[in-house]
Design a protein around this ligand. Structure first.
Ligand SMILES: *Cc1c(COP(=O)(O)O)cnc(C)c1O
Length: 429
């Protein structure tokens, strides 16, 4: 019998490229059919065939208080009744700006947008407008949304101009983007020595969640901060994923490093489309209508989306919210490492706050090159064993995982029991 899921996927492929509205959803990396969902509650999801899952994707981070939290849902319902959009300012936007400024004080001024992609794209434009420079520096394996200048990989040879990593991006656009290795302090110093005064900005995931989880060496981040200050380059922390997730104040609070600008997304919308960028007032004042840098959005600061975000941010300010989330995530990680060891499978794992990384390698990787060396075949087998058991992990060896406040001790015990079997199956393959 064909499942409802299979039918939906087959029909979707006729009308939607690859059957999905964002590529990683397609399961291309792990093989098989993507799951179509119809309901979520707390830590659980139900697919269109009625199968239940424990969710470790959490919509790639936003559902940090769990799915369909009653406070979030009722606030959204109430505000929706007053119209879905005005295209004019509301007090909710001020409330959000004030809250962002309180939780992430380096964001002296803020502008709201509708996605992480828009936030990073706009932050870079402001940084270029502010400095009058063109060059943009990013790091291999970091993802900052799908705007042209950011879909760039390192060119041949160290410190050369970038090459587009996607068709449809002009080489001229990519030429302004320089890509360095994450956690490589030496390379960073070399670039700044050579071209520091031409660099408009450096954008970085202060904890990377888009090449699986990679944590920064503190000295790498500190050197980056010093070099940007010395050369007048704008340091942008892309905290679209880490913001409100690794710490209430984001990775910048966790590592004690103050960027010039920050981008937010994911958690800040609580599951609805919200992004934000902000930072030093002197930089943000370059934006229209005050300054010469243009940026706009019909639905920016949308009242319903902002309300979902505000309610979520209220909940995560509960005492010890992040300490509890981090402890729960650590418990999951420790259990997985123990289960792999018992089965004799080469495996490592780590967590930062409510984010985690699983690697089929001896040690946790610290760069894109090292992530690429992890055992993908083992990951894919593990992924499918877990999925069969009702555990929904990111469908790629190159994605981080997410725990929410709604995950219970029982969820973790259930997950670890399934993992034990999955590791044994790998050992016996
Ligand atoms: C998800 C993500 C983005 C892109 O956000 P979208 O809302 O998908 O456009 C940008 N940067 C980082 C670090 C992300 O994790």
């Amino acid at each position: 019998m064909t499942s409802a899921n299979q039918t939906l996927f087959e029909k979707s492929q006729q009308l939607i490229p690859g059957g999905v509205n964002s590529p990683v959803r397609a399961f291309r990396s792990v093989g098989g059919t993507p799951i179509f969902f119809k309901k979520g509650l707390g830590s659980k999801l139900w697919d269109v065939d009625g199968k239940e899952y424990i969710d470790y994707i959490n919509s790639w981070g936003p559902m940090i208080v769990g799915h369909a939290h009653p406070d979030v849902i009722s606030a959204v319902q109430a505000v929706a009744a007053n119209s879905l959009s005005f295209g004019a300012p509301t007090g909710l936007e001020l409330e959000m700006a004030a809250l962002i400024n309180k939780l992430v004080p380096s964001m002296e001024q803020v502008r709201l947008v509708s996605s992480g992609t828009e936030a990073t794209m706009s932050a870079i434009r402001v940084a270029r407008g502010f400095t009058g420079r063109n060059k943009l520096v990013k790091f291999e394996g970091c993802y900052h949304g799908h705007s042209d200048a950011l879909l760039v990989k390192a060119g041949s040879g160290l410190l050369t101009f970038g090459e587009p990593s996607s068709a449809g991006v002009p080489a001229e656009v990519a030429a302004h983007t320089l890509t360095l290795e994450y956690n490589n302090t030496q390379q960073l110093k070399e670039l700044f020595a050579k071209a520091g005064d031409e660099i408009a900005c450096v954008i970085i995931e202060p904890v990377v969640g888009n090449m699986n989880l990679v944590v920064p060496h503190t000295e790498f981040l500190q050197t980056l901060r010093e070099l940007c200050t010395q050369h007048g380059a704008v340091l942008i922390f892309d905290e679209v994923m880490t913001g409100f997730r690794v710490h209430l104040g984001g990775a910048q609070a966790l590592y004690g490093i103050k960027p010039d600008m920050t981008t937010l997304g994911k958690v800040i919308g609580g599951g609805l489309p919200v992004g934000a960028f902000g930072g030093r007032k002197d930089i943000m004042q370059c934006l229209a209508p005050l300054g010469a840098v243009y940026q706009a959005g019909t639905l920016s600061g949308n009242p319903v989306a902002v309300t979902a975000g505000l309610e979520t941010l209220k909940l995560i300010q509960a005492p010890d919210f992040h300490a509890k989330l981090a402890a729960k995530t650590k418990k999951l990680i420790d259990g997985l490492v123990a289960a792999a060891k018992e089965a004799g499978v080469v495996f490592s794992a780590q967590s930062v706050g409510g984010m985690f990384g699983l690697y089929f390698s001896e040690q946790c990787p610290s760069s894109f090159a090292e992530v690429m060396q992890t055992n993908k075949e083992n990951f894919n087998q593990f992924f499918h064993s877990m999925l069969d058991a009702g555990i929904y992990l990111g469908p790629s060896a190159f994605e981080a995982g997410f725990v929410s406040a709604a995950h219970t001790d029982d969820d973790i015990a259930f997950t670890l029991a399934a993992a034990k079997k999955a590791f044994l199956a790998i050992a016996n393959r």
